[in-house]
Design a protein around this ligand. Structure first.
Ligand code: SF4
Ligand code: SF4
Length: 403
């Protein structure tokens, strides 16, 4: 029996068991349904091929029991109606290796920000974000027309320039022949958020960290999120340029770069990475003013990489008036700017960001601080009436407090 047919039978066995037990318990058993029906309709060319490492993830993908506990926690539910985005449970139930079903799922799959908040509520530990990324990859492979045009454009920009912006990379004057650490800036800090990059240079100099920049290319995280691009060439180029500096140690400014260094097998095998937020407590002594601040946990820095305390610790050491929003740390809401939403559905992404800024207002904060360039980009572009809270990074806030 070939592999496709074997897997189809395994899938059938799973579905058959699930539906049969449901019928037995609800006394709705019908004769003649099930195996015979399946094999009379089965067509091998409707089931798409997957890679070996994904085959190993399938038991995890099948964990969702459709209990619905996660639904009210979904950030998309907060921002738009459930008719527009039916929630994590539907992300799980649209998983299929039948091509037609996969295509029909596109409307749901591209509306997920990949924030993983739903996963923190799931009693079955269903990896919703990973499933959405898996389906995006195969939707693009089998019907690229279904991938939203802005995501395809983003991916071709990265392939063309090695960055998410349509321009040549600016020169950064912090490159040395070798150093103990490479400071990996990421696309936003290289091209747009130069004040934060400058603050990071000052911070590392103040801490006497021996660092250099490199002629970097995008880490590949936006391609993975969009599901429409190959990341290994980018990873190989970055790894080569890092190792040329006689080091394998990296400090990132972006949690998504950090996630790439952790999760991508090529990076993970060669590179050891930390996020700059982990060094923040070492900045003390600094003394914050009277401004009331709140800290927004970026999804990737917090839920994915587990870094919650260092920014809070640095702010507390500086004597900042730190207020917590109701949803914080593991349960923090997403800013709306990841998962390609900032490109393909900006109005929805802005609505999600506005709700988070309202959370900061409700907490009584004058300033919202965070340590992710994607969060900073969207929070700084969305304005609430009255223009509060001000938005900046923890690094800039603490260095500003110091001067
Ligand atoms: S990952 Fe975030 S946006 Fe996607 S379904 Fe879960 S809570 Fe909703
Ligand atoms: S993803 Fe988890 S919490 Fe959500 S419906 Fe499935 S099993 Fe329940």
């Amino acid at each position: 029996m070939d592999r496709k047919r074997f897997e189809a039978r395994l899938n059938l066995a799973r579905h058959f068991f699930k539906h049969t037990t449901r019928r037995v318990f609800s006394h709705e058993a019908k004769e003649g349904a099930g195996l015979d029906l399946f094999f009379s309709n089965y067509r091998a060319d409707n089931i798409f091929e997957i890679e070996d490492f994904e085959r190993e993830r399938y038991p995890a993908f099948a964990r969702c029991i459709q209990c619905g506990i996660c639904q009210p926690y979904c950030v998309m539910f907060r921002a738009i109606s459930h008719l527009e985005f039916p929630g994590p449970m539907i992300v799980a139930s649209t998983l299929s290796r039948a091509l037609a079903e996969l295509g029909a799922a596109a409307g749901v799959i591209y509306n997920c920000t990949l924030c993983r908040l739903c996963e923190t509520t799931c009693p079955e530990n269903a990896p919703i974000s990973e499933m959405a990324r898996f389906m995006r990859k195969y939707i693009h492979k089998y019907d690229p027309e279904l991938t939203p045009e802005p995501l395809k454009q983003l991916c071709s920009l990265i392939q063309k320039h090695g960055a998410i912006f349509d321009e040549q990379a600016p020169r950064i004057n912090h490159e040395k022949k070798s150093a103990e650490y490479v400071l990996f800036l990421g696309c936003h800090s290289r091209f747009r958020q130069k004040q934060r990059a400058q603050a990071a240079f000052s911070m590392l100099e103040k801490l006497s960290v021996d660092f250099t920049t490199i002629d970097e290319v995008c880490c590949g995280a936006p391609l993975n999120a969009a599901g429409c691009g190959e990341t290994s060439e980018l990873a190989r180029l970055n790894i080569k340029r890092i190792l040329e500096k006689n080091t394998a140690k990296v400090i990132t400014l972006c949690p998504h770069c950090l996630m790439s260094f952790y999760e991508d097998r090529e990076y993970a095998a060669r590179i050891e990475a930390v996020h700059i937020a982990e060094l923040l407590p070492q900045l003390h002594p600094v003394h914050a003013g009277k401004e009331r601040v709140t800290y927004h946990d970026p999804c990737m820095l917090g839920r994915t990489c587990g870094i919650y305390e260092p920014p809070r610790q640095a702010l507390t050491l500086a004597g900042a008036k730190l207020l917590e929003m109701d949803a914080n740390k593991e349960k923090s809401f997403c800013c709306g700017n990841w998962g390609g939403l900032g490109q393909s559905a900006r109005a929805t992404a802005d609505a999600i960001a506005a709700r988070r800024l309202e959370d900061a207002q409700k907490a009584g904060a004058d300033t919202l601080l965070t340590e992710c360039p994607w969060c900073l980009e969207i929070f700084q572009s969305v304005r609430l009436p009255g223009d509060k809270p001000r938005v900046t990074s923890v690094i800039e806030f603490l260095l500003g407090a110091q001067t």
